[in-house]
Design a protein around this ligand. Sequence first.
Ligand code: FES
Length: 154
Amino acid sequence: GLTRVFERSYTGPVYSDGIYLVDGEGNRITESALSEGEKLTVFPEPRPGIEKAPTLLVRHAEDAYGGETKTEYTVGGYAAYSKVCTHAGCMVSNEEGETLVCPCHFGKFDPTAGAKVVGGPPPRALPQLPITLSSDGYLIATGDFNGTVGPGGD
Ligand code: FES
């Protein structure tokens, strides 16, 4: 799987050093983009090696997050997880209530608990992408996913 997708590691709160998240049309994402309970497929703004990093941006009440969620990776109720299923690499694109569902073999992930597996064959959680708000008001990634993207890895 794709692992190290950023050119260098995040070293501190230098927000201009983050990578803008963009939607399928390349538009940056403002803090008001989603309401609680909504989700959106985004991409870290293209840089060498990260164009294959489709990402699910979700928004929930800030106090809804628990379990394995890295809350230091969330901002304003937003969390971002790899969209690539850890089972066989399909795009996790469906929902059952607040549960994220992979359409291939019905793997299920809880986005309020670190995208841990709550059903089906996936062997591990969807890796989380650390995000914050840039000084100019857009969602940015401040580092790499916290695990291997897609099948493989541990
Ligand atoms: Fe997602 Fe099999 S590829 S459940």
